[in-house]
Design a protein around this ligand. Structure first.
Ligand SMILES: [Zn+2]
Length: 61
């Protein structure tokens, strides 16, 4: 586990019943701003399938 950016988490809650696109957006921003969890292969494939890149700051699982 990396360091949690709790300010970012307070300001960026995952919506209830998120769409794939919303989840991908959340994980994309999360990976840039917070290191509390690594990107799993399933999140990486979600990002790619929704047209996002894997942020260079991301920590991979
Ligand atoms: Zn986090």
């Amino acid at each position: 586990m990396g360091r949690i950016n709790s300010d970012w988490h307070k300001a960026n809650r995952m919506p209830a019943n998120p769409t794939k696109k919303q989840r991908a957006e959340w994980h994309f921003e999360h990976a840039k701003h917070c290191a509390c969890r690594a990107l799993t292969p399933s999140i990486v494939s979600l990002l790619v399938s929704q047209g996002f890149d894997v942020p260079k700051e991301a920590r991979l699982a």
